[in-house]
Design a protein around this ligand. Structure first.
Ligand code: PLP
Length: 396
């Protein structure tokens, strides 16, 4: 079947929820993916911050194959070594105590919301309100899309669950005013991804932590996009010295095998009793073995340090492009390899031109080009990306 036939088949049967490019992806190696016609793309999107160890990393492929040959799945009614290992790793890395493994980011956030509400109830507090930030993104389930303070994702799905309210990101005053005796948790991305790579101001996250401490609200940090080494530390919140009560992760955790997790302090996690939460697939040995391999590769290949160095290099190269094209670029921002380039115009056609020239990026919040490449990239890959962008911007 050629690309045209595959696209026609998919268009006929798959739900029309994605605005797709007319390209069929076939395979990948390192930071490159290839389409069915053999065209090579430098992948600076990485499945939207997922393929942290690149494509077809032998360590990850080997771990998945070995696990698949032994035990792909078993019920959570039984223990597995792979799940226990991953739980210990995530607890130690996050500094939190208990872990629950899910299949996606949205599910991790759903679990975090349920846990926060149960915690308040268990303390006898009549608190259900979750406050989240405008331009944030937390997922597509009903509760997480409600926590996602962007009307475009909510429209048409009303009535939305009750108990959610919103404040502008980076505005401590607004947050202080919004918090009340009803507030059970504040839920934020430390760096907003879908909202346009919005970086917290100095002192913002520490200020949020303080508001939580004084009001008794829990702090839920959504590290689904910013976690797993992407910003140069395992979790973005570690740059700001802020520890949440509940943290959620997903995306890069298993390098592309579907997974998510939430971690919590003992005090909070302890309110969940057998039967309060669960998942058929969540934490299955295949996904856990993949995540264990990814964590191992991040550590042994020094990928946090690499994300930090390559991020600084890329930010400086992009600053060069900003100086060259001041009428097109208004801001370059990011931390590690979570980078946004804000344009003076919509970025959709620029993404398409970049793709034509052999690289993958995307545009978020309408006018921010987003770069979230695999953490294994080298300077030559950054140079290749910059050269393509330079060509595309020159032609705009
Ligand atoms: N939270 C953040 C910060 C995200 O970026 C995303 C996905 O883009 C999600 C939650 C939802 O994750 P998933 O698509 O795995 O449900």
């Amino acid at each position: 079947m050629d690309a045209k036939q595959i696209i026609a088949r998919d268009n006929k049967y798959y739900l029309h929820v994605y605005a797709r490019y007319p390209v069929v992806m076939s395979h990948g190696e390192g930071p490159y993916v290839y389409d069915s016609g053999g065209k090579k793309y430098l992948d600076f999107l990485a499945g939207i911050a997922v393929n942290v160890v690149g494509h077809a990393h032998p360590g990850l492929v080997g771990a998945i194959a070995e696990q698949a040959s032994r035990l792909i799945h078993c019920s959570n009614l039984y223990y597995t070594a792979e799940q226990a290992e991953l739980a210990e790793s995530l607890a130690k890395l996050s500094g939190l105590d208990r872990v629950f493994i899910t299949n996606s980011g949205a599910e991790a956030n759903e679990g975090a919301i349920k846990l926060a509400r149960k915690y308040a109830k268990t303390l006898g507090r009549d608190r259900v309100q979750i406050i989240s930030a405008e331009q944030g993104f937390h997922g597509r389930t009903l509760a997480t899309v409600t926590a996602t303070a962007q009307p475009k994702y909510q429209h048409g799905f009303e009535p939305l669950p009750q108990g959610f309210s919103y404040v502008p990101f980076n505005d401590l005053m607004a947050l202080r005013q919004a918090v009340s005796g009803q507030t059970c948790a504040i839920m934020l991305e430390p760096i907003q991804g879908e909202g346009g790579i919005n970086i917290p101001d100095d002192g913002y996250l520490a200020g949020v932590r303080e508001i939580c401490d004084t009001s008794g609200a829990l702090l839920i940090l959504d590290e689904i996009q910013s976690g797993m080494g992407r910003t140069g530390k395992m979790f973005a919140s570690q740059h700001y010295g802020v520890k949440p009560d509940i943290m959620t992760v997903a995306k890069g955790l298993a390098g592309g095998v579907p997974i998510g997790a939430f971690m919590a302090t003992e005090k909070v996690a302890g309110v969940f009793q057998p039967g309060d939460h669960g998942s058929t697939f969540g934490g299955n040995p295949l996904a856990c073995a993949a995540a264990n391999a990814v964590l191992d590769i991040i550590a042994t290949e020094g990928l946090e340090a690499n994300a930090c160095q390559m991020g600084e290099y890329m930010l400086s190269e992009l600053a060069g492009l900003k100086a060259k094209y001041p009428s097109l670029i208004t801001e370059v921002r990011g931390l590690g390899l979570m980078i946004g380039l804000k344009l003076t115009r919509p970025g959709k056609d620029i993404v398409a031109s970049v793709m034509e020239r052999g690289a993958l990026i995307n545009c978020t919040a309408g006018d921010v080009l987003r770069f979230v490449p695999p953490l294994i990239i080298k300077r030559r890959h950054v140079d290749e990306m910059i050269a393509i962008l330079d060509e595309v911007l020159a032609a705009v």
